[in-house]
Design a binder for this molecule. Structure first.
Ligand SMILES: Nc1nc2c(c(=O)[nH]1)N[C@@H](CN(C=O)c1ccc(C(=O)N[C@@H](CCC(=O)O)C(=O)O)cc1)CN2
Length: 282
């Protein structure tokens, strides 16, 4: 590790976010309101089951209620939408999270669209995405918002910087590209058809890896001193970045685990509390 490389500690950022929620949850409890997150898990993917369990446990530690809806692998789109509609109609539920990915037979987009905008704490609906694009989303997607929270926490300047985002998924690469653009970065979004990927990544002052391929980003793809944010969550807790090689070149880098992941969960809790407070104000 070069002496100057800052390890961007996601647990520290997550703890700060969760700490800020304690008094807000307590204030609502005095009024008899308990923020409530409903997670919906479809199928048998063990990693997804782990992430949903982690979200439920994080809620519990903060005094947020969580409802876990688990549907079988063979669930149809219609059955999933019916389950989501039930949660939309349940006044005790403030936020709904449909765990991605869902089994192949399901139209994931249609299921995401079924989530009521007031409860879309994961920023997955078209309206939520569009609000994020214009820079006024109440609930931007949690992993992109976590990446921005890490940059903010460590006071890393974004304005005027060249941010290279590798990946264009609807809940990660695209929204984080827009969020960086809204912070006045010059943004290049790369994807599977991008030519000369390494040359483009080398232009990045900030590099966001959101590609879903373990240890994909190589150290010699980076400009010296680049800020590297690894949003990968591959099996075995392996990120999208070759960490050992990249930390030698980067000026700051998120590890996996303990980087973007814990901040994603803290952000989800924050959005759930925001949604509950909004209902309480009505
Ligand atoms: N609807 C959504 N689905 C998915 C999202 C999402 O934001 N919304 N993101 C990913 C996975 N994910 C949350 O669901 C997620 C992955 C990893 C972590 C995390 O904290 N990982 C830990 C290590 C895990 C462990 O100890 O086993 C870490 O990085 O320190 C949080 C959230 C896919 N689906």
């Amino acid at each position: 590790m070069s002496a100057e490389t800052v390890i961007l500690d996601g647990n520290r950022v997550a703890d700060a976010i969760k700490e800020s929620l304690l008094s807000r949850v307590a204030n609502m409890a005095e009024k008899g309101i308990v923020p409530c997150l409903a997670t919906v898990l479809v199928g048998d993917d063990p990693a997804s089951a782990t992430y949903v369990r982690m979200k439920g446990n994080a809620c519990k530690r903060l005094g947020i209620q969580s409802i876990r809806v688990v549907l079988p692998e063979h669930t149809t789109t219609e059955e999933l939408i019916a389950a989501i509609n039930k949660l939309n109609d349940d006044e005790s539920v403030h936020g709904i999270l449909l765990q991605h990915p869902v089994p192949k037979q399901i139209d994931e987009r249609a299921a995401f669209e079924a989530i009521s905008i007031d409860k879309d704490v994961d920023g997955v609906t078209t309206l939520g995405f569009a609000q994020n694009a214009f820079g006024f989303a109440e609930f931007p997607s949690c992993t992109p918002a976590a990446i921005i929270a890490i940059l903010d926490y460590y006071q890393i300047p974004v304005e005027g910087k060249h941010a290279v985002v590798i990946g264009r998924s609807p809940i990660l690469g695209k929204p984080v590209s827009l969020m960086l653009l809204n912070k006045n970065a010059t943004v290049t979004t790369c994807h599977s058809k991008t030519a000369n990927l390494a040359d483009i990544v080398r232009l990045g002052d900030i590099v966001v890896a959101a590609v879903g391929k373990p240890q994909f980003v190589q150290g010699d793809w980076l400009k010296s001193g680049a800020i590297v944010l690894d949003a990968g969550y591959n099996p075995g807790n392996i990120g999208d970045v070759d960490y050992e090689a990249c930390e030698k070149v980067a000026s700051a880098i998120t590890p996996v685990p303990a980087g973007v992941g814990p901040v994603t969960i803290a952000t989800l809790l924050k959005h759930t509390v925001d949604a509950a407070e909004k209902v309480a104000r009505k």
